[in-house]
Design a protein around this ligand. Sequence first.
Ligand SMILES: [Zn+2]
Length: 442
Amino acid sequence: MEGVVWPPLALGAKAALVALLHQLEETQWWPRDKTAAMQFSQLAVLAGHAASHSPNFRERLQKAGLTAADIGTPQGFKRLPPLTRRDIQAAGAALHCTEVPQTHLPIGEVKTSGSTGEPVVVRKTSLSNLVWMAMSFRNHFWHGHDFSRRFSTIRATITKQEERPDWGLPLKLLFDSGPAQLIPVTTDIKEQVRLLRQFRPQYLILCPSNLAGILDECQKQQEPLTGLTGITTINETLKADFRQKAEAYFNTKIDDIYSSAEMGSMALQCPVSGLYHVMAENIILEVLDDNGQDCAEGQTGRVVVTDLLNFATPLVRYSINDYAEAGGVCPCGRGLPTIRRFLGRERNLVVRPGGAKHWPTVGLIKFHEVVPVNQFQFIQHDLENIEVRLVTGSAVTAAGEDKLRALIHENLGYPYKISFVYFNQKLPLQPNGKFEEFICKV
Ligand SMILES: [Zn+2]
């Protein structure tokens, strides 16, 4: 508010963000039971809305013999069979709500292929955005980031390399900040290292496989990046052995964020224990064994998530195709549930003839403009040849393949020889039981 320095007074959208942040400061310390009770109160309202406005959600309830009110109880909730990515693909527009509360508008759309190369479309609202912003602040607060420092970010969503006077949204809504450097993830790793050496950031945010590429390049040059005080990793699984190696090499701590395009930030690392805390104020995260039962502490199972605040696309018991090891009570005193580690999301870098390497943004390819693609996988066999495995909703003509090839060339930034191989239903897993969207055999 104009003329007011202290106490700071925010108005409009900023006021909602500030109010939410203050509540999150409190709710993180609530006991588990109290949080769970409020989650189910919220879920009852969400399920009521979704049952009225999402034909697919209504059908799910009917098939399971449940009412919307049942979903607001732990027993009823557990009786709803999880929703898979293939279910979302099959539901199409019937998944989305035909109406959304006025105050949640506007609606945006995210397309994501997740960890298994299965593209889905999910709608999000301004409320999802508010929560996403609040959780980014929470991560900054938990890890004591100093906003006056220099900050570099390497992401798939950045299209142009540039420097800016501040850290950008959402931080600049509430705080002054130091300069930032933005680097597209498709930039050759060697060039990334050059840019980072030139800018000298204290903070760096990027995905683990990109960080691994930078570490290799620095080792090759026999010169680590200096001056880093914090690294944040996103998008993929951060393996324990790599974390150790990178923390030692760059002489700094890594805080990892478990997130996805359709769900936002789902879990952040505890600054005290290193466990991941689930963002229980808007997410229910279940870790289930093969029988669909909750895993005990130390057991590994598949991750099923519920977004308590998405009134545009009901993601209730959504099987996101990641795996996690359940955690226990955290010594920090926060009541937010914990996960020891996440498993399963990894990606190789693509290698160009000449040796340049970068993170492949194959999840962003607009396959759907040519043909409905249920699942894809890229296998780079050598410097020139890439095999593209596809499960499609309809047959692809030669002309269709030419269009797909052009989209792939544009995305990868090099005219690789592309061969298409088609599969029915599902693509085979790798011998280690995992699935990667992009495999590099070079
Ligand atoms: Zn903790």
